[in-house]
Design a protein around this ligand. Structure first.
Ligand code: NAD
Length: 274
């Protein structure tokens, strides 16, 4: 399958190119980054230390959108919103890893899923997606008898908070418990907060150093607590999952999917398409 990478010069973009080149079923067919970048025109292979591949970094998705069967986009929300429309117009499949999309951008994503196949996940690692299932089980068993907190840590360059993964973890738990996350989420605490309300779901964010991504969901009762933790130590875990999603999308012409669908873990909750 011919794969194109958008945001190819970024932290994830470079590793996504490595993962595409390493997978025997995928071929790196296009690479795109932001107009004005000093790397535009550079051979993509040289960006990842693999010599010349004959694929140069383009400055507009429009110029190369027909060169690949599927594009993988890990950029910024405003750019991803535009790339969705470009892929929709060209009929090209899209895997999206960008986090921090607002409600309007998410709505246009859903609309585009009526015409093209899209996979959108806040976290493409297999371990995190397994954690989403474990969280459903924990929330269903522990119910309203526990206080629930989501704690996440990322590197100092991350521009959105809480992480898309932390929010999805909160959504999975809230949905399982019949709560609306928009109403029950509490983001950070400071000053005279009063006692904790049982039905809230708290989020705490740490930004420091080069942490790739840690997430813990804490279920605390009187006398015991359960913690479900995932720690990513390499971005390759996200990249391999995104390439797997790209290959899986090849079997679909339209629809909005997430990594739970790709891994066959989709249940009643947690998915965008459901
Ligand atoms: P980064 O800043 O290192 O890379 C982003 C790249 O996008 C840069 O090279 C930038 O030039 C490029 N870009 C910006 N605007 C563009 C445009 N209009 N057209 C083309 N390219 C454009 O960031 P990163 O750490 O690689 O993370 C990128 C995104 O991926 C973030 O939203 C992050 O939260 C998300 N992320 C998701 C997962 C996941 O599994 N879903 C994992 C890690 C990171």
């Amino acid at each position: 399958m011919k794969v194109g990478i958008i945001g190819a010069a970024g932290r994830m973009g470079r590793i996504l190119m490595e993962a595409t080149l390493a997978n025997p079923d995928t071929e790196l067919a296009a690479a795109v980054d932001v107009p004005g970048s000093s790397l535009i025109g550079v051979d993509a292979g040289e960006l990842v230390g693999q010599g010349r591949l004959g694929v140069v970094l383009a400055d507009e998705l429009e110029k190369v959108v027909r060169d690949a069967d599927v594009f993988i986009d890990f950029t910024v929300p405003e750019a991803t919103a535009r790339h969705i429309e470009v892929c929709r117009a060209a009929g090209t499949r899209l895997v999206i890893g960008t986090t921090g999309l607002d409600d309007h951008q998410t709505a246009s994503l859903r609309a585009a899923g009526e015409d093209i196949a899209i996979c959108f996940a806040p976290n493409y690692s297999i371990g995190v997606n397994l954690c989403f299932k474990l969280l459903e089980t924990a929330a269903a068993v522990l119910g309203d008898e526990v206080d629930i907190e989501v704690i996440e840590a990322h590197h100092r360059h991350k521009i959105d908070a809480p992480s898309g993964t932390a929010l999805r973890m909160g959504e999975v738990v809230a949905q399982t418990l019949g709560r609306d996350l928009k109403e029950c989420a509490v983001y950070g605490r400071e000053g005279r907060t009063g006692e904790r309300e049982r039905r809230t779901i708290g989020f705490e964010t740490i930004r420091a150093g080069d942490i790739v991504g840690d997430h813990t969901v804490l279920f605390a009762a009187d006398g015991e607590r359960v913690e479900i933790t995932h720690k990513a130590s390499s971005r390759m875990s996200f990249a391999r999952g995104a390439v797997r999603a790209a290959l899986w999308l090849g079997g679909h012409d339209r629809g909005l999917y997430d990594m739970q669908d790709v891994l066959g873990l989709a249940g009643d909750s947690a998915g965008w398409g459901r």
